[in-house]
Design a protein around this ligand. Structure first.
Ligand code: C5P
Length: 218
């Protein structure tokens, strides 16, 4: 695709993977996110001709061809890159599993084992998506991983964070949320439209999400 045509299309910024919040120089708090969903979306967006930036936590996935890949570790680093690069009018798809908490402070040296155990005080991380929602200069797509009250909680997130669309998936014993297996999701938009998809691959869902997101404008 000619670069001039790519420049005319809406730029897309995708976040993917987990963040890591450092306890000491060798330990961190994180989650099971593999980054599969976000990478599939970034790959599909590039294939469609968008200029794509992918801000990614640590994953084992190969960098998608043509995509501007920025690797970060912590939520604070992800926030810095996202706020710097989400220029007005960008479609922002926050598929990253950002850690909600980080240790209050990182120990300078490796923490030694003590028989009294160890308590780690956590502080809340900034909510990147909510911050973007407050200024509302972008089309915003969020993800909601829930263990209960899927639609109610997803809808609350959509409203609280001023999203255009939320992709909700429920964590069950059988579900293949982490990794590349078939996935069930419910997509809800700010007009209250709701669509459920069962047993789809993340590649298929990436197409559906980008199709739906293309109906929104700022
Ligand atoms: O509130 P919850 O963490 O479930 O919201 C999920 C959505 O918010 C995801 O799209 C995630 O990428 C985003 N998020 C964020 N900053 C955080 C936590 C979540 O942008 N600190």
């Amino acid at each position: 695709m000619a670069n001039t045509r790519r420049k005319k299309m809406i730029p897309v910024l995708v976040t993917a993977g987990p963040t890591r919040e450092k306890i000491d120089p060798v330990r961190f708090i994180s989650n099971y996110s593999t980054g599969t969903f976000g990478y599939a979306i970034a790959r599909e967006a590039f294939r469609r001709g968008h200029d794509v930036t992918l801000v990614s936590g640590p994953t084992h996935i190969e960098a998608p061809r043509g995509v501007r890949l920025l690797k970060i570790e912590t939520a604070m680093e992800m926030r810095r890159e996202v706020l710097k690069r989400a220029k007005p009018g960008t479609l922002v798809i926050m598929a990253a599993a950002v850690c909600d908490w980080a240790p209050m402070k990182m120990a300078a040296g490796k923490i030694k084992r003590k028989s009294s155990g160890l308590s780690i005080k956590l502080k809340e991380n900034p909510d990147i998506l909510k911050e973007l929602g407050q200024s509302k200069k972008n089309i915003l797509v969020g993800f909601a991983l829930e263990t209960e009250n899927l639609e109610k909680n997803a809808l609350e997130k959509l409203k609280k964070k001023h999203l255009d669309m939320v992709v909700a998936n429920k964590l069950t014993k059988k579900s293949a949320l982490f990794g590349s297996g078939a996935t069930d999701v419910v997509i809800i938009d700010r007009f209250g439209r709701k669509a459920a998809y069962r047993g789809r691959t993340k590649q298929e869902l990436a197409k559906i999400i980008l199709d739906k997101a293309s109906n929104f404008n700022i």
